[in-house]
Structure formats: C-alpha cells, structure tokens
Design a protein around this ligand. Structure first.
Ligand code: ACO
Length: 314
C-alpha cells in the first residue's frame, strides 16, 4: 500500500492560568530563583486543572485550527503520565468533552508519550484512517511535592495537541522515527500509587543524554538525513543543560532548537507539542522545513520523529 503521507492539519496548546514562580517555591523550601535558572533553565511553571480538562482545551484549539468537526476525527491518542484515574484511562473522558465518536486510549510512555503517539498515528493513517488526534496533557501538580527541592522545582501542568491527517500529495511526511525503552531504569524516576514522583536526578540526566543521542541517530539513519538537514529540533523540555550536553554529542546547535522551558517547566508528555505551537506562532517553522521531535522520559523511554512540514500556520 502506498503511504498516505502525514500532515499536521492543526496544532493547539493550553497552559492553565495559575503560575508558580521560582520565588514562590523558594518561600517554602531551601532553593532560589538563581539556582533553579542556572541549573535547569526553568523560570516558572503553570499549575491547576485536570489532565482531561487541559487535554480537551488544547485539542479543541487544534481542531479549530484544522477546521475539523468531532465527526472528522477517527482516533484519539492521549499521552499522559498523570491520568485523572488509574482506571479508566483519561482519553475516553476527553473524547466525551470534545464530542468525539471514535476510539480513545491513553499512551503511558512518560515524557516520550506524544512522540510515540505521532509514530502510532502514522501507522493508523497507513491502515486507512483519515485523521488522528494526538494529545499530550499533564496535571503533574497531582504527583509533585512542591516542598521537595529535588523534584518540586521541575514539574508543571499543560497540554498540547495535533490533528494529524493523511496527505496524499506527499509534500508532508514522517521521514524517520525511533522508539525505545529500557526497564532497567524504572527506579530512577517513578511514582507509586497514591504517591509523588521520586527521582535520582543525576542518573536521569546521564541516561537522558545517552538516550537522546542514540534515538536521534537512529531516526536520522532511517530518514537518510544528516544533522545539518534538520531545520529545527524540538526536544523534551526537562533541563536546558541536558539538551546542551546531548547537542554537544549529536552536533545540533541551540539556534536550531525550540525551547519553552523557562515559561513552562517540565510538562512531560505535553512539553513537545507546547513548543511546537509556540514555534508556529513565532514563524520558526516554514513550508518544507524538516523538523525533529526528540523525547525521553521515565521508564526509561525515548522516541524521535522527523517530519517534513507542509502548510500554513496550523
Ligand atoms: N536548590 C538549591 N540547591 C540545590 C537544589 C535546589 N533545588 N537541589 C540540589 N541543590 C544543591 C545540592 O544539595 C548540591 O549541594 P552541595 O554541592 O552542597 O552538595 C548542589 O545543589 C548540586 O546538586 P546536584 O544534585 O549535583 O544538582 P544538579 O546539577 O545535578 O541538578 C537536577 C539537579 C536539576 C535535578 C538535575 O540533576 C536534573 O535536571 N536531572 C534531570 C531531571 C529530569 O530531567 N527529570 C525528568 C526527566 S524525564 C521526565 O520528565 C519524566
């Protein structure tokens, strides 16, 4: 079967109104705005809302930009590591809010989840679907202890969404991808039922850099591309120093990197689509550009997708 192509028909994102600054955190724990900015690149994070409500807001913005109605969506994939409930999944609740009449399931691959979703959406288009809604949404304030300076400085809430559709013109496509996981590292970042996130920050840092390098390289090889062929990279937003360390190994530059970490903190599965929306707003992505999405997260998991972008601001 000829591949139907892969096009972003519409992108949307949403951050809840309430903001917690570094100074707000420093009032409750032994840290400072200067330390957090220098060691992570984070200036603030948004809190509030449930994963389903944040997801639905971002998704409805993406659908509006794509100019599609609920009946036009063939599948909802919701990447989240902070679901509303352990059971059921959060995706059916989001589908209900949006008025969708299609399959809906959660992807739990931590911060890599939205990129996993893009690759899976590509497969569903290949199976004949016309449009897949891929959402990354997190209410990480539900599982973050904002008095623990080891984790509380990092995480925030938000959501981003893409309507992905078949593109028979072939102008836009998924050029290469990579997905991986290594369960040896479950214990370096986890939350038990009813508890908050626990993390070995130094080990996460080390493993993240290695995973990013390997995943980017695998996806570039599949696409038959070099580092210089990538016009913009959007990495998972966890710590700017992780990105800088990975780029030193891979050869990317910060000039060609989409970042929004200062404004959002680490929003896990939502972080990459949140940056994508901003990059489109800022005119940083143009017709024909080759864009890499590079995620890593708890598990460890990692995922890369390289997309040739076509279309106006969508
Ligand atoms: N404020 C002030 N001082 C602090 C803080 C803080 N919040 N945290 C640690 N310190 C102190 C330490 O006590 C230590 O002091 P010492 O030198 O007197 O012993 C010093 O600062 C350095 O501490 P480190 O732990 O070495 O700090 P590091 O530079 O490693 O930064 C951090 C810690 C930010 C957590 C870093 O390791 C990191 O970003 N790791 C990756 C975290 C991450 O990305 N997690 C999520 C990824 S995947 C996902 O999102 C699901």
């Amino acid at each position: 079967m000829q591949h139907p192509g892969f096009r972003f028909a519409g992108i949307g994102s949403y951050l809840p109104d309430e903001i917690v600054t570094n100074d707000d955190l420093a009032a409750n724990m032994d840290t400072s705005d200067q330390w957090i900015r220098e060691r992570t690149g984070i200036g603030q994070r948004h809190v509030g809302g449930s994963t389903s409500s944040l997801a639905a807001e971002a998704a409805s913005r993406a659908m509006k930009r794509a100019n599609v109605s609920p009946a036009d969506i063939d599948q909802l994939l919701l990447a989240t590591t902070s679901p509303d409930y352990i059971c059921p999944g959060t995706a059916p609740a989001v589908a209900e809010i949006l008025g969708l009449d299609c399959g809906a399931l959660d992807i739990q691959a931590a911060c890599s989840g939205w990129v996993y979703g893009l690759v899976m959406a590509n497969g569903l288009l290949l199976q004949g679907m016309k449009r897949v809604l891929v959402v990354g949404a997190e209410a990480l304030d539900q599982i973050t202890d904002y008095t623990d300076r080891n984790t509380g400085i990092l995480f925030g809430n938000g959501a981003g969404a893409a309507v992905v559709e078949a593109d028979p013109t072939g102008e836009s496509e998924l050029l290469g991808w990579d997905m991986g996981a290594d369960g040896k590292y479950v214990s370096i970042l986890y939350a038990e039922h009813g508890d908050v996130l626990k993390m070995d920050g130094k080990e996460v840092f080390r493993q993240a850099v290695t995973a990013m390098q390997r995943s980017a390289s695998n996806a570039l090889e599949m696409a038959g591309l070099d580092v210089d062929d990538i016009d913009l990279v959007i990495p998972h937003q966890a710590n700017v120093r992780i990105v800088e360390a990975a780029w030193k190994r891979i050869g990317f530059t910060m000039e060609k990197t989409g970042m929004r970490l200062e404004e959002t903190g680490n929003t896990s599965a939502a972080s990459i689509p949140l940056v994508l929306d901003k990059m489109l707003d800022d005119g940083r992505i143009r017709e024909g550009n080759t864009v890499m999405f590079l995620g890593f997260g708890a598990g460890m998991t990692w995922a890369t997708a390289i997309v040739r972008y076509a279309g106006e601001r969508s």
